[in-house]
Design a protein around this ligand. Structure first.
Ligand SMILES: [Zn+2]
Length: 162
């Protein structure tokens, strides 16, 4: 399941975009210099704008724009969790490819991924998903535990994580 809130981030926020995707938030990175075209795209696609550029805040804009005050990704994510606010749900994690933002597809036949994952993973996990764009294979194990630990560090009290 994808979350309903979608984002468009400026090019300096690539790491933050990956974390948002991991949490299930559809997030694209605007590849050019942030400006009017980026804002137009955000309106057309109903995306919240994330930017590090203070001058973007001075533009007339009917949508929602959030100035990210820090350059550290942990602090950025902590800030966003409170600001939006984000309701992080474990079941939404790893629903999108962190590389290309495409929705992951469940692998129906386990042996399809035999050559794509380490042996111990193949032997110890039963369900896998795959990105239809880049082909990256995901499984819910150490990935998910690491993510939860990371989010725990970010949030301290983990009040928004369910
Ligand atoms: Zn991908």
């Amino acid at each position: 399941m994808k979350e309903e809130t979608k984002f468009i981030a400026d090019a300096s926020l690539g790491k933050l975009a990956k974390w948002l995707r991991l949490l299930g938030y559809d997030t694209i990175v605007y590849p050019e210099v942030a400006g009017r075209n980026m804002l137009n795209q955000s309106l057309a696609q109903k995306r919240v704008v994330l930017t590090r550029r203070r001058d973007m805040m001075e533009r007339q804009f009917a949508g929602r724009i959030i100035l990210i005050p820090d350059c550290n990704v942990v602090k950025q994510l902590r800030f966003l969790i409170e600001k939006v606010p984000l309701n992080i749900k474990q079941r939404n994690m790893y629903s999108l490819c962190v590389r290309c933002n495409k929705e992951l597809v469940i692998v129906s036949e386990k042996n399809e991924v035999r050559e794509c994952v380490p042996h111990y993973v193949y032997n110890n996990y039963t369900s896998f998903t795959r990105c239809p764009g880049c082909g990256k294979v995901y499984w819910q194990g150490t990935h998910l535990r690491n993510a939860l630990n990371f989010i725990g560090e970010i949030n301290g009290e983990i009040s928004n994580v369910k």
